[in-house]
Design a protein. Sequence first.
Length: 607
Amino acid sequence: MRLLRPFRSLLIGLLAASLCPAQPDPAREKRLGWWREARFGMFIHWGLYAVPAGEWKGKPIAGIGEWIMNRAKIPVREYELLAGQFNPVKFNADEWVRLAKEAGQKYIVITSKHHDGFAMFGSQVSPYNIVSATPFKRDVMKELSAACQKQGIKLCFYYSQSQDWHHPDGLGNTWDYDDSKKNFPKYLNELVKPHVREILTNYGPIGLIWFDTPQRITRAQSQELADLVHSIQPDCLVSGRIGNEVGDYQSMGDNQIPARVMSYDWESPVTLNDTWGFKKDDHNWKSTRTLIHQLVDIASKNGNYLLNVGPTAEGVIPQPSADRLREVGQWIQVNGEAVYGAQPSPYPYEFEWGSITAKPGKLYLHLTEWPKRDFMLYGLKSKVTSARLLAQPGTPLKFAQIQDRTARLNVLRITLPSAAPDKDVSVVALELAGKPVVDTGLAQQPDGKVSLSPIFAEVGKASSNSAISIDNRGVATRWFNPEDKLSWKFRLYRGGTFRVVLVSSESRGAAGGDNWEGGHQVTVTAGGQSVTGAINDGDRRPNARNPRWRDVYSEIGRVSLRTQGMVDLTVKAESIAAAKKMGFTLREVQLVKAQDPPAPPAKKRRR
Ligand code: FHN
């Protein structure tokens, strides 16, 4: 049948559009330039909630500090009185910015208005702001803007565009205002847009606006807001949480780090302890080691690390935060070359020993574990021309590259000094002849282990009702249907007997406590052999990349895989316990080499 000419060209156009990847938008690419180079920023949650600091009328209020108004259902008229007590006499913009600089952070994102609706900047739109309503009267954002410009840091603003528990038409406050009577567009037009105009007009160049929790906002409303930002400051980025995919980059869930390299630009907001806004009884600080691991891991997956501090009502960044940030900064002084402007790892998957970042002609191996013997990397096909530790740049490292054509395996072996030069993460810089070329397929690692994340699995849904999905961290969740399966293919280099370990994960919703469900019977079939066993509690371990949710380890049996080559592996549940409505969560399948017979005494290593 002949198509009429206009229809034919429409069809061809649609086909072409679906085949060609979307062209990058040049304006957006320009905006993202500094942000991709920065890789590390400081998040600051500061507002009236720092006054109660997690306690209301003598009682501790559970949850994150900046949510106290909502959690304790504090009436607007009572919460407003906190403004009269907000007098941060120790606030010093230069000191805060200096701390960010010392930490190696390149941008600061500060709450200009959080969900409590209080503007932390001088505003003509509403008197509910730091200049008009507090005894402090100073516009802290003016001071921060001057300090940032002086010290060469990008100033950025957080702005809560949907939730506003103070405004009768903003979202979230259902204890003072009837939700069904809210006129959300009125709130957007009369408060949000004029506020956004102010923060983009009165504080010099702004790096980005970090919108958050895009509830009830339509695509048109998100787009209007993004257009407003770009019409005032074309170079200002808009965070993904503006909603409806109109942001300039994507935001991961809070404290979540994905399990693979992402092809798009993304950022993870992370807390130093558990809260964002200051809480006097939250002392659950992440170690400096964890922070550096997260920084390099995020960079290796194409992301930015936005690390939060919650200053006190006096205007002081808590000492444990400042100490850790300075320690991260000391590490960056030595190893920053491997972080700033770093491109992601050429391998899509994670390594247990650390992370990889890249630059043209270079790969950086971030070793979070110092190897007992030589360090080995599988799958790198490019020729390495030199290797050195960033902490000892004057001392070239010995290395060798071997190619085993039968096993289709490339091995890089690097001889390292017996002790790590850095306390937390040591970085080996490799120079390559040309671009990094690697085997990107899932494969056994030099220690004999095979680790398979659901993020790389083929998901076999038994029915259209199956709810199983893979979350931001790469964890298979909502697995309630025992007929659902996950399957992988991986390359085995050395056969043997393997322990089959299933790594389950605490759930995303909460940290600690009752957020995990076990008791499922699960079958793993690898290379044609099946083992069935139970997912049991009892072995919970911290997860180095996502410490907020612990891993739960269950060994369900052993398989013997003798032949080199590609192996199929499938996980299928026989029965799922779902009484707590969490079901089976799977973060990783591991095949761990069962103990080989004792090796002959090791020869002394030559150095
Ligand atoms: O509800 C907020 C929360 O208070 C905090 O601001 C975080 C930071 O990413 N964002 C929201 C929850 O995702």
